[in-house]
Design a protein around this ligand. Sequence first.
Ligand code: UFG
Length: 323
Amino acid sequence: MILVVGGAGYIGSHLVKELIKKEDIVVLDNLSTGHREAVDSRAVFVKGDLGNEEDLQMVFRSYPIKAVMHFAANSLVGESVVDPLKYYQNNVAATLTLLKMMMKFKVKNFIFSSTAATYGIPSVEVIDESTATQPINPYGHSKLMVEQILADFSKAYGLNYVVLRYFNAAGAHSSAVIGESHDPETHLIPIVLQQLLGEREKVSVFGSDYDTPDGTCIRDYIHVTDLATAHILALEALLLGKKSAEIYNLGNGLGFSVKEVIETCEKVTGVKANVEIADRRPGDPARLVATSEKIYTQLGWKADRNLEQIIADAWKWHQNKKY
Ligand code: UFG
């Protein structure tokens, strides 16, 4: 059985929907940001906290767990700057408790959700895994700290792990049953789609004076189902003993500016957005684009879905969303 911590959240719930076709799953989630309804009904659901040893003991005693996939984290850059305690507590300290209990119950396989925020403001156009990691906010630091902990646990205790550094996760499951549902929403694509549906008055473009061709920030958007596929390949490699202590970027390899994303949303939906130019948002690097060559070469993964597909799937979900 696979333990998916944070399996009721946005990316975790999409992983569960794909992985359940191959493995039995137990989801542990405290529902602080996740949704119980998003968890596939074929998975076992346990409401509990990864920072709580008793909750973890109960899970490890009750189910034959062979690997843990860890999606449960706070992930808002701006919030991490104003409330670093929350980020170090939930993302670092609680993860340490999870790892401690894994070692106690001799569960040695771990997949960790990391982030492009570990790179900070990169000095290269296209980021690979050897690009220097210099986070510029507590969120990025919290993820990089766990990466270090994993490297040390691997050497000392024989933990096998894969770190996946996501770029900008977006889109929704093709069934439109689950999608990106944050409250409050801060991410660009759902905000644009909410505006197009009349759920918000306008879209604010945070800065138009960046050193990019159209002055707005460039990001590498990756479909959440492509992320799920990468996790499954990483898990298989880990369970077969083929890979450990590896770090992979997960991106499309293509950068789109905020303006281009808004234009693509308009094109896909046929609805015109109400856009205003606003001040820069603190902590936004001008450009974050990945190469995912390493995971392609080693595990055969590449992103299958482009920006239009991402937006089309997100749009389908946004029009029918139930929660
Ligand atoms: N943006 C706007 N207006 C909005 C919302 C966003 O202009 O209303 C801009 C942002 O300034 C940024 C781009 O759209 O330039 C993308 O912003 P998102 O908030 O959608 O995503 P981020 O790139 O800020 O953050 C994402 C993940 C983080 C991760 C980060 C890596 O959400 O968890 O990528 O840099 F850390």
